[in-house]
Design a protein. Structure first.
Length: 488
């Protein structure tokens, strides 16, 4: 009797396990089934979309089934910093430029909640390039401050897509930062990598020139003429440099989701010292291999992948190169790990690629016209503050943020005997440049110092900052002193 009961129990257990395995197999088969038309892919339950701020991206979709995906995105108009001392009122999706990264998979049904913060001044909407429908959602999402619009769509095409505001004047809304990326992964997800990051380029147009202090307004005429003052990654100069650099380890595979919000300029995206193993051209299915530089049009995107083989700091640029070194389109990837002399045996110098700033430079003996209006320092403290901003924008690329220069290339300003010996000579070099050999702190340097197109006020500010930093002689340089040297 006991034996019969045991046999029945074993039989029932096996049947139960078989049923579980069968049901599990059905679920897996449903998630892996290929559909001739992606609109036919069924959804399974709801989930709240994970949204991330740049340069971070949400968790990969992996092999999950299609879901009803709830996206909750708030529009915020907020003041931020374009570069040191320069403020700008950004219009944003989610409080950042670019806006929050949205990650979906083919077949997801997206329920999109677009909220316009009550403190905002303007109505907005959203055009998602991943949407098949009028205006990419723009017609359904026009929302006034203090209101919320809800619309839905099914994602049918895999790829990396731009979204942006499409409220008139459309160019102004985009130029103020209203763009981001939405990724639609294929069934089964993208192949796994070690690191993923989110980068978008944008061009900005301000009433003042690059580096002009204070709160800068949008300049529509410059935007129409396509004369950008700033071309940046992730909304501001230095957003991905120094402590904000993205990171990886030697041997890791890196995937970059790169977009171009525009509104005007095409990006020539390049990583100095790396070759892209794969590029999903324009964010689609076509894959190009072994690519040095890839074009990303305004309103377009690309997925680039590469393996990092050696340590160092790798510089990401728009290779329309003045945009990188003079307008801000520069970022850093810092890689740690063991060196491999078989691949690269030389000493890596990443800091020479720091931004050169927006000051117009000319060869020695160059001149410039004085600006009509500028903010003048009213105290030594203000002159130091203005001077630091000018130094970081114009001088730090060569002489470095700490004033120590670069060995055998650019002389130090910190505790510089050459600098401290003659203030008029220092003023003259900033105004007119310098060529030929000089000796600084016992070491010889022979390079070119370009003339800087700075006003008397700006020269006074930057030299006052230099003289009162890094153990120098504490001199205060005035505009009158600069004018006297200029008039010689």
């Amino acid at each position: 009797m006991k034996l019969v009961i045991k046999q029945k129990l074993i039989t029932n257990m096996l049947l139960g396990l078989g049923a579980v395995a069968f049901l599990s197999g059905c679920v897996n088969d449903q998630s892996e089934k290929k559909y001739n038309d992606t609109v036919e892919i069924p959804v399974n339950q709801e989930m709240i979309a994970e949204l991330t701020s740049p340069p971070n991206v949400p968790t990969p979709v992996g092999k999950r089934m299609a879901k009803k995906l709830i996206v909750d995105l708030e529009i915020q108009e907020r003041e931020g910093e374009m570069t040191n001392g320069v403020k700008y009122v950004y219009w944003t999706f989610g409080g950042t430029v670019p806006g929050s990264f949205i990650r979906t998979r083919v077949g997801d049904e997206v329920e999109f909640h677009l909220k316009n913060h009550p403190d905002n001044k303007l109505p907005h909407n959203i055009d998602l390039h991943a949407v098949n429908g009028p205006g990419g959602g723009a017609e359904s999402s026009f929302v006034a401050p203090g209101h919320e619009k809800v619309f839905s769509f099914k994602v049918l095409n895999p790829g990396l897509y731009v979204y942006h505001c499409a409220t008139a004047p459309v160019g102004m809304h985009i130029a103020n930062g209203m763009y981001g990326l939405i990724l639609v992964e294929p069934e089964g997800g993208l192949p796994p990598v070690d690191k993923e990051y989110y980068i978008m380029q944008g061009d900005f147009y301000t009433e003042g020139k690059y580096g002009d202090r204070g709160l800068q307004a949008f300049d529509m005429q410059k935007a129409i003429d396509e004369k950008a003052d700033y071309v940046v990654f992730n909304g501001s100069v230095g957003a991905m440099t120094g402590d904000n650099a993205i990171t990886a380890k030697v041997g890791e595979k890196v995937r970059l989701f790169v977009g171009n919000g525009g509104p005007n300029l095409v990006s020539s995206f390049h990583v100095i010292g790396e070759i892209f193993d794969k590029v999903h051209v324009e964010g689609g299915d076509m894959i190009n291999e072994n690519v040095q530089t890839t074009l990303i049009p305004a309103g377009g995107a690309a997925i680039v992948e590469f393996r990092v083989d050696v340590p160092g700091t790798f510089i990401l640029v728009d290779h329309s190169i003045f945009r990188a070194f003079n307008k801000g389109a520069l970022a850093m990837l810092k890689v740690e790990g063991e060196e491999d002399k078989r691949i690269y045996s030389g000493e890596i110098r990443d800091d020479i690629y720091l931004p050169e700033g927006g000051a117009i430079q000319s060869m020695p003996n160059g001149t410039r016209k004085e600006p009509k209006e500028e903010v003048k320092a009213l105290s030594l403290e203000e002159r130091m503050t203005f001077g630091k901003d000018q130094y970081l924008a114009t001088c730090a690329a060569c002489h470095q943020a700490d004033g120590k220069g670069i060995e055998n290339a650019f002389p130090p300003l910190a505790k510089s005997d050459y600098l401290n010996a003659d203030v008029d000579r220092a003023i003259d070099i900033v105004l007119h440049g310098k060529t030929g050999e000089i000796t600084v702190n016992g070491k010889k340097y022979n390079s070119v110092m370009t003339a800087q197109a700075l006003s008397d006020e700006e020269v006074a500010n930057v030299l006052t900052y230099v003289y009162n930093s890094w153990g120098n002689s504490k001199k205060e340089v005035t505009p009158a002193m600069v004018q006297a040297v200029r008039n010689k």
